[in-house]
Design a protein around this ligand. Structure first.
Ligand SMILES: *[C@@H]1O[C@H](CO)[C@@H](O)[C@H](O)[C@H]1NC(C)=O
Ligand SMILES: *[C@@H]1O[C@H](CO)[C@@H](O)[C@H](O)[C@H]1NC(C)=O
Ligand SMILES: *[C@@H]1O[C@H](CO)[C@@H](O)[C@H](O)[C@H]1NC(C)=O
Ligand SMILES: *[C@@H]1O[C@H](CO)[C@@H](O)[C@H](O)[C@H]1NC(C)=O
Ligand SMILES: *[C@@H]1O[C@H](CO)[C@@H](O)[C@H](O)[C@H]1NC(C)=O
Length: 570
């Protein structure tokens, strides 16, 4: 597809126009108009270029290097059809009210990146991103709505002019996750969707024929159902976009949650059905969702991927995976952190059934099992071990080790439906009484259709801590040296004061035993290659309480005596 240059670009090059006083773009070439539903169908599945052009203050500020064209080729080759390109403009304005001129170099960079994605054969959806909580927050106390409206208009006028001649593979999204708490603010956001369309109309080019995704309050499915109203009197074909990070505690490892329960699964399906039922005739885009390999248990995560993408597909909803650069795709090594989850996503988006590893789904369980692993405790005899897979209509074809060697279906394992028993003689190749702890092998299970499943063979022992207690020191993270002995990360951390009071969130007593008194990943605990980390927020909470507190670090497998205590004294 030839790239047409805008008249505006030429005029601007001669310095005839500035800031607000821009003329509507005229494009050479034609526009192959596409309906909103065809555009949305063509997006599925998509990938987000997360924490990149949306980073503040600049591209490169948040854990990703500047965009390279190769990344889009890799994403396309992986099987994605589209890329959402979030862009934050907040730090790139060079003019103030009323023109709000955007740095031409920044607009040029945005255009260049959009062109890279188009050149890779991807559909593109681009937006105004973290501006939502910087200058465009209609929910902020004392927000100047006139200024927000003016700036939104001018911002989209300039983006519209810059990208106005792009093909119909490029769609625009008003703004990312606009904070909205009340119906009144929602009404203002509905108005802003109209201002966005006004600006596109004024910008010229093909922009009134271009597909847009409008946005509801906070891009939350429930608030969108309650309060979104499409502006009327515009020509643009439009879809509605929402985001989904539920259950919040599972996605963000809050309050010790590592189990995806049956109730959670029913809720996920219900949430997606609910917004569809509210917008029966509107093409829907689930523009962000994620369950990161960084912090979620693999079998639960893979089920999550399957359920969200499959349900969305069933409800004619396109999905775009969020990836902050650490979550899924390593742009340098081109490796996917969880290749099975990727396969699950692609197959679910194509409506193909996936066979999935079983796992504990009972939120009140005292132990958590996962058929994404075979665990062997150091020192125990090596015995036969059975894992189970929900075949979902497929049959097991083969099991192979990393180098592709197939296991023997009699001496290495036996299968009965989805129950697969790995024999002690096979497991003894990896597990022995004297083997060092850690991951020994990854098996790949191939089925008659759908994604492969992975099974990680892990010999584990209790890790060793460099110290088991200290006196709390205010204002800094506490790092506890650890020698890992199995999976090199904690699963969850309980935080219980010596007087029996929970350090945080007393209400977690109503959750299961693997969650009561547990803290939240990242905000309260973390880890790295050689340390467990108790965050300053938790250290300071101990000091504020004035009571010694025991931090119980659980490792996978959870509930098998695989925990260590560290006491913080005051
Ligand atoms: C559009 O085409 C005309 C006629 O070929 C040419 O003079 C003009 O420079 C083109 N404009 C742009 C923006 O490419
Ligand atoms: C609100 O913004 C408008 C437009 O920029 C400006 O004219 C007005 O003075 C602002 N109002 C206040 C109270 O700051
Ligand atoms: C629309 O969404 C609201 C809010 O979530 C919900 O209460 C209602 O049941 C939904 N309507 C339909 C028809 O499903
Ligand atoms: C098995 O896969 C996990 C997850 O990707 C990885 O951390 C581990 O090192 C692998 N084990 C081996 C023996 O390669
Ligand atoms: C760890 O601390 C908890 C109290 O928080 C206690 O119940 C448990 O027995 C301790 N475990 C060990 C091994 O000391």
């Amino acid at each position: 597809m030839p790239k047409s240059t805008s008249v505006l670009a030429l005029v601007q090059a001669f310095g005839l126009l500035q800031g607000a006083a821009l003329a509507a773009v005229q494009c050479n070439g034609t526009f192959d108009a596409i309906s909103a539903s065809d555009y949305v169908a063509a997006l599925n599945p998509g990938w987000n270029l997360g924490n990149t052009l949306d980073a503040t203050p600049d591209e490169g500020s948040w854990n990703n290097p500047p965009v390279q064209a190769q990344t889009f080729a890799d994403i396309k080759a992986a099987g994605f059809q589209s890329v959402r390109i979030p862009v934050t403009y907040a730090d790139h304005f060079v003019g103030a009210s009323p023109g709000w001129e955007i740095d031409p170099d920044w607009l040029q960079r945005v255009e260049d990146v959009v062109d890279m994605a188009l050149d890779a054969g991807l559909y593109v959806l681009t937006n105004v991103h973290h501006d939502s909580w910087q200058w465009a927050d209609v929910s902020a106390a004392g927000a100047n709505l006139t200024a927000i409206e003016e700036r939104m208009y001018q911002t989209w006028l300039q983006i519209g002019e810059k990208l106005g001649c792009k093909s119909s593979s490029v769609g625009f999204e008003t703004i990312n996750e606009p904070p909205v708490d009340t119906e009144e603010q929602a009404t203002e956001l509905n108005k802003i969707n109209g201002i966005f369309l006004d600006a596109l109309k004024a910008s010229g080019g093909f922009n009134t024929k271009r597909v847009v995704t409008l946005v509801g309050p906070s891009m939350d499915s429930i608030k969108t159902s309650q309060w979104f109203e499409a502006p009327t009197g515009y020509d643009n074909p439009w879809a509605l976009q929402y985001h989904y990070y539920s259950p919040y505690d599972f996605i963000f490892s809050a309050w010790g949650k590592t189990i995806l329960s049956d109730a959670d699964i029913a809720t996920i399906e219900g949430d997606l059905e609910n917004i569809r039922a509210n917008f029966t005739d509107v093409p829907l885009v689930l523009g962000e969702f994620d369950a990161s390999p960084l912090n979620t248990e693999p079998a639960a995560r893979r089920k999550y991927m399957d359920i969200v993408v499959r349900k969305a597909k069933e409800l004619d909803t396109a999905v775009i995976l969020w990836d902050n650069g650490l979550d899924h795709f390593n742009r340098d090594t081109k490796e996917w952190k969880d290749p099975h989850a990727l396969e699950i996503l692609l197959n679910a988006a194509a409506g193909v059934s996936n066979s999935l590893s079983d796992f504990t789904t009972d939120a009140s369980a005292t132990e958590q099992s996962s058929s994404a692993y075979v665990f062997h405790k150091a020192g125990d005899d090596v015995t036969d071990q059975t894992i189970s897979v929900s075949l979902n209509g497929n049959t097991l074809k083969s099991i192979a080790t990393e180098d592709g060697t197939e296991l023997s279906a009699s001496t290495d394992y036996t299968a009965s439906g989805g129950d697969i028993t790995l024999t002690s003689s096979f497991l003894s190749t990896y597990f022995t009484s004297s083997a060092s702890p850690g991951s020994k092998a990854n098996l790949t299970l191939t089925f008659s259709a759908g994604a492969t499943a992975g099974v990680n063979l892990v010999q584990w022992d209790l890790p060793e801590l460099g110290a088991t207690s200290s006196t709390a020191v205010s204002g800094a993270d506490l790092r506890i040296p650890i020698t890992w002995a199995g999976i090199n990360q904690p699963a969850a951390v309980k935080m219980l004061r010596e007087d029996g009071v929970y350090l945080f969130d007393d209400w977690t007593q109503y959750l299961g035993p693997l969650q009561a008194a547990y803290g939240t990943f990242d905000g309260q605990w973390n880890w790295d290659g050689s340390d467990l980390i108790i965050r300053a927020a938790a250290v300071d909470a101990v000091i504020a309480a004035g009571v010694a507190t025991t931090f119980t670090f659980d490792f996978f497998p959870r509930g098998a005596g695989n925990s260590l205590n560290y006491t913080l004294n005051v």
